[in-house]
Design a protein around this ligand. Sequence first.
Ligand code: DC
Length: 225
Amino acid sequence: MTTNIAIDGPAGAGKSTIAKRLAAELSFIYVDTGAMYRAMALYLIRQGIPAEDTAKIEEACQSADITISYENGEQQVLLNGENVTGFLRSEEVGNMASASAPHRKVREKLTALQKKLASEEDVVMDGRDIGSQVLPEAEVKIYLTASVKTRALRRYHQLEEKGLDPSLEEIEKDIKKRDDQDKNREISPLIQAEDAVLVDSSEMTIDQVVQRILDIYKKRENGLR
Ligand code: DC
């Protein structure tokens, strides 16, 4: 039996930073499911397939082989054997991931991979539907969020640090659009699972969030013994 921690929440809530830290603390594997949707999106972009073309996307699901591996503890995503990890973080790929993720075939394909990983290893897995759909039996479920303003500011500082000159207004608009798409889609929308613990990180440091989740995990572990 493996132990699974599910972390869901909107874009920019800090899920990956927190999940990575938790995984390191607990010696679990960190699984970034967004990166899998991004790899699928990259494939669609490269093939020139628009997010609205369901038939072509279903076909693409058959020809895109997505797998993950780990290098020095860092998740790598392979698309038909090519390591595409370095191509996944652009806004273009993120927007395409959000637009293509609602397709049933895309979700079936990627959730099967996610479930398999979680059945083989202790994982901290982050995404949108992990607690609600992918790992409904996860030992710990967290819904991690933060205000739109806080998330936009975090993204703004990240881009500034990269030497870019971002527009806070544009970032806020993008975040709202992404939230809307992720929350209102028909299949596996972003929702807080009934038994997930809500953690609002707007006024919390990374350390505080990690500690909060570790406490929840330990309490749950003690309760199970
Ligand atoms: O977390 P992220 O920004 O890397 O995710 C990119 C997009 O992928 C996100 O807008 C919605 C989609 N996604 C999803 O539908 N389900 C997941 N479990 C993870 C991501």
